[in-house]
Design a protein around this ligand. Structure first.
Ligand SMILES: Nc1nc2c(c(=O)[nH]1)N[C@H]1C(S)=C(S)[C@@H](COP(=O)(O)OP(=O)(O)OC[C@H]3O[C@@H](n4cnc5c(=O)[nH]c(N)nc54)[C@H](O)[C@@H]3O)O[C@H]1N2
Ligand SMILES: Nc1nc2c(c(=O)[nH]1)N[C@H]1C(S)=C(S)[C@@H](COP(=O)(O)OP(=O)(O)OC[C@H]3O[C@@H](n4cnc5c(=O)[nH]c(N)nc54)[C@H](O)[C@@H]3O)O[C@H]1N2
Ligand SMILES: [Mo]
Length: 708
């Protein structure tokens, strides 16, 4: 019996990018386990991935190209050959391009796999070359990234491993134990070293329960808290004047701006008592090595961008950056010298391009967004918009259009793939080769292919080679091997890759970027922010161009940002839908709904797989405060309807005082057609963008709940 252990890396859109050891026997993967040698992920895999072989060998896998034989959405398909599938796709696309132009084709994708060659940008060169509509992918952290760039630039921020040196840790809208769980041991170590842990979250999550101090906050009001913290810091002289003078710009204007944001104002907005706001601020400002870890969730409200602007100003105001373990952690992805331009190839774009935002998929596919030419072909890969995007009913109406030619590359017949005309089988991480960045630690990872592809599944790289060939493209760029693509994926001359060779990386599976050690990590001790001024910009020089999207999220397309003017100073924008801002709406729909991540699902991945469904629940559970449930006649386990003027979905109630009164929680990831049967939370979520970076606002909405 041939037995080997293959070193790989978790493909998921998660900060942790775990090092994984797959045991392969006679060509079959029999088990996966965490690699105990990895300094950050330390040998533990989460509930989503610790049986990854069951995803790979699931009897639900799509293993052959499929062609629709029943009505749209019926899930009736017949197997066809790859040649038939490619002929049909190339034939339909060529006809559409001839009749309507390439803009009638809309690619839709995200981070189904996070591998650098198979992930975010794998299709960009082809669609850029065709001149297809650019689908701007801003539903995850785009607003926060715009705000971060405006303030401190593309810095990795605090090394997550140097949290062991932090003395005051604020997890702000971040459920570490569920969404970034390998960071937790570093936080625990910091606590053992005497750090205080504060969690700011409307919900007493499993993370908040282990904090020294959980501060419940009304959804979408964090900006008021952050502005008030600055008000207090300035008023009480808790600033680090020397650091401000040397390493920031715009302090005087910021000080004027902060005057209005009194603790009383913030208390009324956030629901946090004034004493607590004062205490939090004083503790934060006077403990050296204070750090804030922001979750992506902080941006999902009308003022999410400016909230991140305000939070990003805090560490410079108090000089936290001077200390190892002090500062701000958002996405250390910026440390990786990825050859983004080479991956996206914006240079291939024709002069005239069109941009449609991924959060607008429904309108773009229907008459809600008049487009000339209309979208006639949709190509989805690495994404499941039916489960993850607002206006679910509109998306469904669009996907049901007889005249829309939809192709989906997938592992499974997801809610989106069920509407396809052609489904193409995609390999999983064990069946493909890739190189990986991380947005939660500073290790470059390598995923060695562990097993041969199942059935006729192909990696996304091969899918796009086949498409290019079928379309008659002859540029050799489109026919590079995976090895060539991996070689070209990074700027190997970058100092952070000094001493790292591909050979060694393949063998070890991961290597730390050649940067300061976590124990001496303080990149902004002397300023050196990667901004235009080289300083922390309280007053941002990037505001002049108006609202913008970081190029990463829009295939490098630079034109047509259509940016509304942006205030150069941070401020608080209240939620669109709250009791205070929309009292008439709140009369009818008095509860705020937030839709964070499920512990056992990875976005919508695993929403169909038994082990994870057993953990997450067969059907959508919605968490309510007992005092919100009682007057509605709702008990624990009661089937309920959650609704607002946009739509409704069914769920069952779980009751706990862990959630603030007036707030309900519907974790994301349930599928319409496996567990959920019927619409999901995205039947209700708003289509509005947040203030910066065209981020979504899916946790900024009012609903009501009734027993079903
Ligand atoms: N288990 C699991 N892990 C994941 C994912 C997954 O689906 N499942 N998805 C991955 C992805 S794509 C991402 S982007 C990250 C996201 O990582 P996080 O941002 O940590 O994820 P969320 O669970 O969406 O939100 C975190 C917390 O923010 C709280 N919250 C919601 N609204 C507000 C608010 O207005 N203010 C404050 N202060 N708190 C608020 C929620 O109650 C929740 O506990 O997780 C990644 N990791
Ligand atoms: N209600 C609510 N909505 C949300 C969020 C939320 O927290 N709540 N989070 C938002 C955020 S942060 C994000 S990042 C987005 C995520 O939105 P999406 O990225 O659309 O969601 P996923 O569920 O991760 O879908 C990825 C799909 O890619 C497929 N896939 C995996 N690997 C491969 C591969 O190698 N090749 C191909 N072709 N396919 C593959 C998977 O089977 C899966 O169906 O959702 C956003 N929407
Ligand atoms: Mo995300």
């Amino acid at each position: 019996m041939a037995r080997e252990v293959v070193i790989g890396a978790c493909p998921h859109d998660c900060p942790d990018t775990c090092s994984i050891l797959t045991t392969v026997e006679d060509g079959k993967a029999i088990a996966v386990r965490g690699n105990p040698d990895h300094p950050f992920t330390k040998g533990r895999l989460c509930v989503k991935v610790n049986d990854y072989q069951n995803r790979v060998y699931s009897d639900q896998r799509v293993l052959y190209p499929l062609k629709r034989v029943g009505p749209k959405g019926s899930g009736q398909f017949a197997c066809i050959t790859w040649d038939e599938a490619l002929d049909e796709i190339a034939g339909r696309w060529k006809a559409i391009i001839a009749e309507s132009g390439a803009k009638a084709i809309l690619p839709y994708s995200y981070l189904g796999t996070q591998g650098i060659i198979n992930g975010l940008n794998v299709g960009d060169p082809l669609f850029n070359k065709l001149g297809a509509t650019v689908c701007e992918r801003t539903f995850c952290d785009s607003g926060a990234c715009t705000a971060y760039m405006m303030t401190i630039g593309h810095t990795p921020g605090v090394d997550p491993e140097s949290f062991v040196h932090s003395k005051y840790i604020i997890l702000w809208a971040c459920n570490t134990l569920s969404t970034n769980s390998h960071h937790w041991p570093f936080i625990e170590q910091a606590k053992r070293n005497g750090a205080k842990l504060v969690v700011i979250d409307p919900v007493r999550t499993r993370t908040a329960r282990l904090a020294d101090w959980h501060i419940p906050i009304r959804p979408g009001t964090d900006g008021a808290l952050a502005m008030a913290m600055m008000h207090i810091i300035i008023k009480e002289g808790l600033t680090d004047r020397d650091y401000i003078d040397k390493h920031t710009i715009g302090f005087d204007e910021l000080a004027v701006r902060c005057e209005a944001y009194t603790p009383e104002f913030a208390s009324a907005e956030t629901g946090i008592p004034v004493e607590d706001i004062l205490k939090l601020t004083r503790e934060y400002a006077t403990t050296p090595a204070a750090v804030v870890r922001i979750g992506v969730a902080v941006e999902r409200h009308a003022g999410g961008g400016q909230t991140v602007r305000a939070i990003a100003c805090l560490p410079a105001l108090v000089g936290a950056w001077k200390h190892v373990g002090g500062g701000l952690l958002q996405l250390p992805i910026w440390a990786f010298p990825v050859n983004w331009a080479g991956l996206m190839r914006p240079d291939l774009q024709p002069e005239s391009m069109r941009v449609v935002n991924s959060w607008r998929l429904g309108p773009a596919l229907t008459d809600e967004m008049p487009l000339d030419p209309p979208i006639r072909a949709l190509f989805v890969y690495n994404a499941n918009p039916m489960a993850m995007v607002s206006q679910q009913q509109t998306i469904e109406r669009g996907l049901a259009r007889e005249d829309l030619f939809t192709v989906v590359s997938e592992h499974f017949l997801t809610d989106t793939a069920r509407y396809a005309d052609i489904v193409l089988p995609a390999t999983t991480q064990l069946e493909q080769e890739d190189i990986m960045f991380s947005w939660g630690h500073l290790y470059l990872s390598y995923n060695n292919q562990a097993i041969a592809p199942l059935g006729e599944a192909v990696p996304n790289t091969e899918l796009f080679r086949r498409l290019a060939k079928a379309l008659g493209i002859d540029d050799p760029f489109f026919f590079r091997s995976d090895d060539e693509m991996i070689e070209a994926s990074m700027d190997w001359s970058s100092p952070v890759l000094a001493g790292i060779t591909l050979d060694e990386l393949k063998q070890k599976g991961y290597m730390r970027l050649t940067m300061d050690a976590a124990d001496s990590w303080a990149p902004h001790r002397d300023g050196n922010f990667p901004t235009a001024s080289g300083k922390c910009e309280f007053k941002s020089s990037l505001s002049e161009g108006g609202n913008f999207v970081v190029p990463l999220f829009r295939q490098g397309y630079g034109g047509d940002q259509a940016g509304e003017p942006v205030d150069p100073l941070p401020h608080y924008l209240p939620p669109n839908e709250s009791r205070r801002t929309a009292p008439a709406l709140a009369e009818r729909f008095p509860l705020s709904l937030i839709s964070p991540k499920s512990h056992a699902f990875m976005n919508s991945n695993y929403g169909n797989l038994p082990a994870q469904v057993a953990q997450a629940g067969e059907q959508q559970a919605v968490l309510l405060h007992p005092e919100d449930a009682a007057p509605r006649g709702i008990g624990a386990g009661t089937p309920i309807r959650v609704f607002n003027e946009r739509g409704a979905f069914e769920a069952f109630a779980t009751l706990s005082a862990d959630v603030m009164r007036g707030v309900v929680v519907a974790p994301a990831g349930f599928w319409q057609r496996s567990n959920q049967r019927g619409p999901t939370v995205h039947a209700l979520t708003p289509p509005a963008f947040a203030d910066l970076g065209r981020a979504p606002t899916f946790s900024d909405m009012l609903v009501d709940v009734a027993a079903a």
